[in-house]
Write a protein that binds this ligand. Structure first.
Ligand code: NI
Ligand code: MN
Length: 242
């Protein structure tokens, strides 16, 4: 059965809207469902105009346990008691102990949520929760509806495993890739990653937030231009549609 067949029961989705909330934080809107990814807002000076308390979501996707990906997860969960955290088993258990709803996954697994199919895929990185608890292995997400498919890499190095993503998904309409270097791949490796997932439309993230990941944005964009690819760098609060 193809991933599209699994999605057959889903209603037609015209677009996915993605709003960049700084660092690695994304707000996805798929039909009426709102999904926040890796909320790190209150600790990001560049995102001081975003009000965490106003965020309304149905799901929260967490790629790994590092503070710069989960800082505001508990606050958002308390403000949205029906919201479900989707992450690896260890992270979901950590939040479950705080009384927060979750849906645990592990690498290579996919699950049909009410907004689309979520697959938890490999990332090369580390993962520890803010209190030192083991945070499982880090991952990324492939999210597909009946008409759209995006890859959110999370914090990762360039890895050959990315070649498998394209083999196990219908296509990738947008690849969200870290480009800030130092803690993750930099933009030149992200260009190779975009080859691996066969996607020429890239949303860059995980840059500029801290001094070691300061990015020369014009240089990075020109690099992708020279390869006939589009590197999108959104201002914090701006959106794109897929
Ligand atoms: Ni990290
Ligand atoms: Mn990070």
């Amino acid at each position: 059965m193809t991933i599209w067949a699994l999605a057959d029961h889903l209603k037609k989705t015209s677009v996915m809207k993605i709003t960049f909330l700084g660092h690695s934080t994304l707000l996805l809107e798929i039909d009426t469902t709102k999904i926040i990814v890796d909320p790190f807002i209150s600790g990001n000076e560049l995102a001081s105009h975003i009000d965490v308390s106003s965020i309304k979501v149905d799901y929260m996707l967490l790629t790994h346990g590092h503070q710069d990906h989960v800082l505001d997860a508990e606050t958002i969960a308390r403000n949205n008691p029906e919201a479900i955290i989707v992450s690896n088993y260890e992270i979901v258990q950590w939040y479950a102990a705080k009384g927060i709803n979750g849906h645990p996954m592990n690498h290579g697994g996919q699950y049909a949520m009410d907004f689309g199919i979520v697959k938890f895929v490999n990332a090369i990185h580390s993962s520890v929760l803010p209190d030192g608890t083991y945070g499982g292995n880090p991952g990324g997400f492939v999210i597909s509806t009946d008409s759209r498919c995006i890859y959110i890499a999370g914090d990762t190095a360039l890895t050959m495993d990315m070649k498998l993503i394209r083999k196990t998904s219908p296509r990738i309409d947008l690849a969200v890739l870290p480009i800030g270097d130092n803690f993750t791949m930099g933009y030149k490796d992200a260009d190779i990653a975009s080859d691996f997932v066969k996607c020429d439309r890239i949303l860059g993230y995980h840059y500029d937030t801290f001094p070691p990941i300061k990015l020369d944005k014009e240089k990075a964009k020109a690099y992708f231009d020279s390869r006939n690819k589009e590197l999108i760098l959104l201002n914090i609060g701006d959106s794109l549609e897929v």
